[in-house]
Ligand binder design. Sequence first.
Ligand code: ADP
Ligand code: MG
Length: 224
Amino acid sequence: MEKIIEVKNLTKIYPQPNSEIIIFENLSFEIKKGDFVSITGPSGSGKTTLLNIISTLDSKYSGEVFFMGTDISKMKEEEKNRMRLKEIGFVFQFDSLLEDFNILENIEMPALILNDKKSVKKGMELLKKWGMEDKAYKKPQELSGGEKQRTAILRAIRNNPSVIIADEPTGNLDHETAIKVMNDFKKLNQEGSTVVMVTHNMELARIFSDKIYSLSKTELKKIL
Ligand SMILES: Nc1ncnc2c1ncn2[C@@H]1O[C@H](COP(=O)(O)OP(=O)(O)O)[C@@H](O)[C@H]1O
Ligand SMILES: [Mg+2]
């Protein structure tokens, strides 16, 4: 199957005043198109750092990172920004919605930035499909935690990305809401999206994802 992300001999070091922290040392792995991958690991093991590297947000590393076959270290900043907006959908743990904009505008934001023009049709279609059209003109603070996270998910998929990258997307939700949000990711995965998710919730990871990996300094090891 086609590889979406390929990491070869990744080494990541955070320099410190008198020393350095080695986060990864010769880490190699790949993620295939259509996968639903959950990544676990203790706090501080580098999960967020890894997501930032594979999503082209952090370029201070050694080794090679390929995104859809292209070595991202060889891309110009401008190219990377465009690719990120088009090909990657981000979902975070805490509210990342813009409070001064309504739900429809929040969902349209990545498209607005990418195309530099307003087109709310797709956003409205997404809201209808996901049963949230009655929330289109509400502000994020008027929504429940689950609805806000679903909004963030719709924003993430607005530009039809190749991969959805989620950093503890259910970390801030109660169990019932977390299940709903995981179901949303599962639905997207079944419709063809590749999902790479960091999570602490092994129970939900087991139910919803295809593969579970544990992250350490030197390997991303498949545990289930
Ligand atoms: N910008 C930074 N500068 C220095 N150290 C950092 C920076 N970002 C993260 N770290 C350190 O790197 C380690 C991994 O962090 P992180 O990727 O956030 O872990 P996780 O998401 O698994 O909890 C932690 O020890 C953290 O303190
Ligand atoms: Mg983290």
